[in-house]
Design a protein around this ligand. Structure first.
Ligand code: EPU
Length: 333
């Protein structure tokens, strides 16, 4: 176990903002976690790809250094795989692709760790982590016990789970169990992905991953070059009636069915672009010119500046469309 006191977080968050944490604990085993003192404020940190520190963190950050992926079972059509929380998400996707296992390929290239994947049920190109998660193994803070939650008890929703709600601040993800398919199961409903995959030949987990990464590279900024946390906002879910009213005024507006009955999902990127904010820069913060969902640190921004900028984007969308944009990024105040 590594313990760092008064540590700079600049290299530990993909926005690249400066902030310090009173303590950072890097753990590898459950036994190590059991020895950590959780009195006072604490928070689990994954790859730091979905977090915005607006000031110093006066508590303990707990980060998994637990690595390892293993096959835990299989039958005629599927393979069960356990990956520990600190495994890089894309390494997990690559591991599955190399073994011809289907299910993770659409989620290639998402920055972050396996342990963070269930928290916000990461998703892209018509797939979500919940589609392949069988269960999540957690450490219960305070009790020191282990809790394994089957997927049906994780309340997975669009960028949402029980870990962001009832279990927030109560558990730490130690490992995730997945079920992957041996049978071909290409998910190419997302038109741009189908086209790009065809350029690479037959659909396989590896060719689909390559296509996903190629599309991501063309639209999304590389956080190692330009600080960002992927989508800053969630796509808003509104009443179907509101989506209809807006679509009557803006016929080009994308509208998707939502999982919830009577609701529709709108495209935050489209709303932000139409509100005139795509590519706009103020001070050290801007909206990415190729994907309006992404707020970027153009260099030297503070967390507080980024939040202030995001508030302006939210106001612009509210004024033009009457739609509230929720942040997807975890803002730590
Ligand atoms: N759009 C615009 N302007 C933009 C961006 C998007 O008009 O600047 C329109 C597009 O033309 C399209 C629609 O909005 O009609 C949806 O765009 P896209 O398919 O690019 O996806 P998204 O809804 O903007 C979501 C995820 C991304 C994920 C993509 C691809 C969220 C919050 N974001 O974005 O996830 O990569 O779908 O599946 O759901 C992330 O979470 O960090 C992330 C990048």
């Amino acid at each position: 176990m590594n313990i760092h006191d008064n540590i700079s977080l600049r290299g530990l968050n993909s926005f690249g903002v400066e902030a310090r944490a009173a303590r950072l604990v890097e753990w590898e085993s459950e036994d190590e976690l059991a020895t950590v003192c959780f009195d006072g404020r604490w928070m689990a940190l994954g790859g730091g790809n979905n977090i915005l520190f607006t000031k110093d963190f006066d508590g303990t950050l707990v980060k998994s250094a637990a690595r390892g992926i293993e096959i835990t079972g299989q039958d005629a059509g599927s393979v069960s795989v356990r990956a520990r929380a600190g495994v890089d998400w894309n390494d997990f996707v690559t591991w599955c692709g190399e073994r011809g296992l289907w299910g993770a390929e659409n989620l290639a290239g998402i920055p972050g760790t396996v342990g963070a994947a269930p928290i916000q049920n990461i998703g892209a190109y018509g797939a979500e982590a919940k589609d392949i998660i069988a269960s999540v193994e957690c450490f219960v803070v305070g009790g020191g016990t282990r809790l394994t939650l089957a997927a049906e008890h994780c309340a997975f929703g669009y960028r949402d789970s029980v870990f962001k709600r009832e279990l927030r601040g109560k558990v730490i993800v130690m490992a995730v169990n997945f079920v992957l398919s041996k049978e071909p199961r290409p998910n190419l409903h997302y038109a741009a992905l189908a086209e790009k995959t065809a350029e690479f030949g037959e659909p396989t987990p590896e060719s689909i991953s390559r296509a996903v990464i190629s599309i991501r590279d063309s639209k999304l900024p590389d956080p190692s070059k330009t600080g960002n946390a992927g989508s800053f906002f969630k796509n808003p879910v509104v009443d179907v009636a509101i989506a209809h009213e807006l679509a009557a005024i803006y016929p080009a507006m994308p509208v998707y069915p939502a999982v919830e009955r009577g609701k529709s999902k709108l495209a935050a990127g489209w709303l932000i672009e139409q509100a005139g904010w795509k590519g706009r820069v103020e001070g050290h913060v801007g909206i990415h010119p190729k994907q309006a969902l992404i707020v970027v640190n153009t260099g030297g921004a503070t967390g507080a500046e980024i939040v202030e900028f995001a508030r302006k984007v939210q106001s612009a969308v509210r004024e033009k469309f009457g739609v509230e944009l929720e942040t997807e990024v975890n803002i730590v105040c």
